[in-house]
Design a protein around this ligand. Structure first.
Ligand SMILES: C[S@@+](CC[C@H](N)C(=O)[O-])C[C@H]1O[C@@H](n2cnc3c(N)ncnc32)[C@H](O)[C@@H]1O
Length: 247
């Protein structure tokens, strides 16, 4: 396959983007009794169940190189899955749908290859998000809006489907955008930003960073967001969409 975005930005992914056990609990519960799972946009293997048979689908050679566990990895794109229909009990896609060239085609492919259920974990652009994009980096909203389908849209496409909110722990082990809602200093770290694809697409990070740095130094951030500091989890817009595919 040709070079992909993640061949470039995925270097070091398995260090910054470790699966969070609490989020993993939600995803594993959503997979239900499925014994065989295809994980689309599998990356380095985060959130793959270890007690079931898993096949990973991942276009980036760099991401496949960092896989430590699990079954075989097939280099392919979500919109053209190289499997016969009904090959797996469940099809899973975690934080990847916004990278697909055609998300509807990718979901249609997931539905085709799954016998029992389709599980998607994604950020819902219908949710207001949190202070990061609202106050410091509104460009992130502009970048994400056209590529993230709304959770309700995904559910309608897959229907019948259930949309479940997944609150993010304050000490989330993973390093996606919403992971650091209670740790604003983290965004000052170029390594943290480099593991978040939206940051890598931004034209102007510096002015937002400068304001965040100044607000942290002056205590203005803390004064505005004091109530967040006593929360253990927060809904910042991450959703599981769980669709029954039994036919
Ligand atoms: C943010 S990472 C998520 C990886 C993994 N699911 C996780 O939760 O850590 C997004 C992944 O989607 C993959 N991806 C990009 N385009 C894709 C496509 N057309 N089909 C399938 N996966 C794709 C990227 O290579 C990358 O590994």
């Amino acid at each position: 396959m040709a070079q992909t975005l993640y061949d470039r930005i995925g270097v070091g992914y398995s260090f910054r983007r470790r699966p969070d056990p609490r989020i993993a609990g939600h995803i594993l519960a959503a997979l239900g009794p499925a014994r065989t799972v295809v994980n689309i946009g599998a990356g380095t293997g985060s959130y793959e169940p270890v007690d079931r048979s898993v096949v990973a689908v991942e276009p980036s050679a760099e991401m496949v190189r960092q896989r430590k566990q699990g079954g075989p990895a097939v280099r392919a794109s979500a919109d053209r899955l190289p499997f016969p229909g009904r090959s797996f009990d469940a099809a899973l896609a975690v934080l990847t749908i916004h990278h697909w060239p055609d998300w509807r085609q990718g979901l249609a492919e997931m539905r085709r290859v799954a016998r029992e259920r389709v599980v998607i974990f994604t950020k819902d652009p219908a949710h207001a998000g949190f202070w990061l994009t609202q106050e410091y980096f509104p460009e992130m909203i502009e970048i994400d809006r056209p590529i993230f389908p709304a959770a309700d849209e995904i559910a309608r496409f897959l229907g019948p489907a259930e949309v479940r909110a997944v609150p993010v722990p304050a000490d989330c082990w993973d390093g996606f955008t919403g992971s650091y809602w209670r740790r604003p200093e983290a965004f000052l770290d170029a390594g943290v930003r480099g593991a978040i694809s939206t940051f890598t697409k931004m034209k102007n990070v510096e002015s937002g960073l400068e304001r965040l740095r100044a607000d942290l130094a002056s205590g203005a951030w803390k004064r505005r967001h004091e109530p967040l500091l006593s929360l253990a989890v927060l809904d910042v817009g991450y959703r599981l969409i769980v669709a029954s595919n039994a036919r």
